[in-house]
Design a protein. Structure first.
Lengths: 284, 370
């Protein structure tokens, strides 16, 4: 990734991207549907990426990457194909194409960077928006829960999938490198805190990402051939997590959140911890 | 080699010979036989292609786009709702200047569920930047599919091509087809801007109001240049394999007073009607439009014209009639016939000519003059 992108100040997706591209290396093609990353590239004839980037329609990233991967493999090329989509392009409009590409065993890495709303259109709610968060289409807070896309992907039984967070770039680097060693579809779900969308000061993106992990709102884990391994940061959070309020209160999107919703979020965190711990033990 | 085949099988045979590297397709009646046949060719090893059995037509075209931009030959086939479902991606394919070839088996649009022939599906794609050819026989389906690859991939074109054949009336009808020894008729594909990690570039990045129109004009310029490429390709095809084609197929038009214009199988049926009318002393001729995009130059001076549309644009009229009016400035008799597979015989076509009312529109079956 080159300097001078057109990302917003404090954008954690840019941080994640830099490490994704470092890990993937030069023999890589990115397929990017409509999302913040389409904007970050800059305006024609410039591009901020030092690998080819193929931009495609909103719901089509996985299908396009699937055609590309098949064509490269047919030509005997090992070029990494990375579909890089936001939460809207993954959890909502792109889910069908993605499910199809995983079911067909496409040899590619699908990365969803998740800023929990439609960011580049001005923060509308998506399937990735957590309950209680205000967006421009949920002005009093979202009443539905965040869709657990990782469970949906797990149901496709890919050889490797993992969650990550932009606040832990070295972890992203390792997971991308690892994902690209597998044949077949792999998945990486990166939480990407967004200053204008989540309404916190631009310098606090890393802090916000770390708080998400330390409060348990985001859990770092890997699933390799079905074997679940919870990351050390989340293991620590499971032993002793920070109060959820530490994560919610600095963010404008949770301002005035109903205490009952906070309670539901806490229950969800506890449920997630329990489920993942049980899965880890069962698959050990 | 002479064979008996359906229109669908003939298309599949041509695709096998053109040897695309990637075929991504989703089944839909009445196109299914094409993709089943190709899947069989791939599975049995007769066609060394990757067959991607996608989960939707939107993904079929997206996968063709992803494959095509790496510089390989690609093919897909669809029909009706499938074509409309991929509409976003058909625009993308043309805008991205990818020489994808697609067979579209023309079929009506729901509701109600009607699987029979109609051209409204492909005509809703006419502004996307795809070249469109409509065929009328099994032989022509085969020949046009072969030529489509050469035309699409020509460096003066580099646009996608859609080969249209009527649902059931051609897709499932068996006729003789003479297959050819292709030789070097279709040169190896070379996409000048194929993706190459050694030369990183952004494809389809944000494009401002100061640039977008330039790319749109490039599409139109290539569409205009494609006229010559189509002519050259059809001429070379005739030279090598003996079968001649053109932008239109004209039948007894030279001395005709009245000309019937239609596309697809109806255009062929019109030839029989012309003979019938000639026997009655009516100097009729028929003109079957083959290439709708780029739209042909039509010489209709001094003729009365009857256009049969197996399609409609609500609140406007027959789509082909409208295109002819706007391109030639003539007044004509517009007949809407064959919608949703409605049976139209040569007798019916002769009847349209006999009772023509220039300047009016007639809905066959409803018997409504408008």
């Amino acid at each position: 990734m080159l300097k001078c992108t057109s990302a917003c100040a404090g954008c954690s997706d840019s941080l994640a991207l830099r490490y994704v591209l470092k890990a993937a290396g030069p023999d890589t093609v990115m397929v990017v549907p409509a999302c913040c990353t389409s904007v970050i590239q800059g305006i024609y004839p410039n591009t901020a990426f030092n690998v080819p980037v193929y931009n495609i329609a909103f719901g089509a990233a996985a299908a396009c990457a699937s055609g590309m991967s098949n064509a490269f493999r047919a030509a005997g090329k090992k070029t990494n194909v990375i579909a890089y989509a936001g939460d809207g392009g993954t959890l909502d409009i792109g889910i069908q194409a993605m499910s199809g590409a995983f079911e067909r065993g496409t040899d590619f890495l699908y990365i969803c960077y998740d800023n929990e709303a439609y960011g580049n259109t001005g923060m509308q709610r998506s399937g990735g928006t957590p309950m209680g968060a205000k967006t421009t289409t949920t002005p009093t807070g979202k009443t539905d829960a965040k869709k657990d896309i990782d469970m949906i992907i797990a149901a496709h039984d890919p050889p490797y999938m993992a969650t990550a967070c932009a606040a832990y770039p070295q972890d992203i680097f390792k997971k991308v490198q690892k994902a690209l060693t597998f044949r077949g579809p792999t998945f990486l779900h990166i939480l990407a805190p967004c200053p204008p969308g989540w309404r916190y000061p631009t310098e606090k993106s890393v802090e916000m990402g770390k708080l998400a992990v330390k409060t348990g709102m985001w859990v770092l884990y890997e699933r390799e051939y079905g074997k679940v391994t919870i990351g050390p940061q989340s293991k620590a959070a499971m032993k002793k997590s920070l109060p959820l309020e530490d994560y919610l209160s600095p963010q404008g999107r949770f301002k005035g959140i109903d205490p009952q919703v906070v309670e539901i979020l806490k229950q969800r965190i506890a449920k997630n911890f329990k489920r993942l711990t049980a899965e880890e033990e069962a698959s050990a | 080699m002479k064979k008996i085949a359906t229109g669908n099988k003939a298309v599949a045979e041509a695709v096998m010979q053109a040897a695309p590297t990637v075929v991504a397709a989703y089944p839909i009646t009445p196109q299914t036989e094409i993709v089943e046949q190709i899947a069989e060719f791939v599975t049995s090893g007769r066609m060394p292609a990757k067959y991607i059995a996608v989960e939707s037509e939107h993904s079929a075209m997206a996968a063709c786009i992803g494959a095509s931009i790496t510089g390989v030959r690609t093919f897909t086939a669809t029909s009706s709702h499938g074509l409309l479902y991929m509409h976003e991606m058909t625009n993308w394919a043309a805008g991205a200047r990818l020489p994808i070839v697609m067979a579209n088996v023309n079929r009506s649009l729901g509701p109600g569920w009607n699987i029979w022939a109609e051209h409204t599906d492909a005509l809703q794609e006419r502004d996307t930047g795809w070249l469109q050819v409509y065929v009328s026989t099994v032989q022509e389906a085969y020949d046009a599919t072969l030529m489509a690859f050469r035309i699409a991939e020509h460096h003066d074109v580099l646009l996608p091509v859609m080969v249209n054949l009527d649902g059931f009336l051609l897709s499932h009808i068996m006729q003789p087809v003479d297959t050819v020894e292709l030789g070097d008729f279709i040169p190896p594909i070379h996409l000048p801007y194929a993706i190459d990690p050694k030369h990183p570039a952004g494809y389809g990045t944000l494009t401002g109001p100061d640039q977008q129109f330039k790319f749109r004009w490039e599409i139109e310029r290539s569409m205009r240049d494609s006229v010559k490429v189509i002519e050259e390709t059809e001429k070379d095809f005739a030279k090598r394999f003996g079968r001649k084609y053109g932008f239109t197929e004209d039948y007894r038009c030279e001395d005709a007073d009245v000309i019937v214009i239609a596309m697809g199988t109806l255009g062929k049926e019109a030839e029989v009607a012309v003979d019938l009318l000639r026997n009655e002393g009516i100097k009729a001729g028929s003109m079957r439009i083959r290439w709708l995009r780029p739209f042909p130059k039509l010489d209709l001076k001094g003729k009365e014209v009857v256009v049969i549309d197996r399609d409609y644009s609500f609140g406007f009229g027959g789509i082909v009639a409208g295109e002819i009016r706007s391109k030639t400035g003539i007044s004509l008799y517009s007949v809407i016939a064959g919608i949703g597979g409605q049976e139209v015989t040569y007798d019916d076509i002769a009847g349209f000519v006999r009772t023509r009312r220039i300047g009016e529109e007639f809905w066959f079956g409803v018997n409504a003059h408008v």
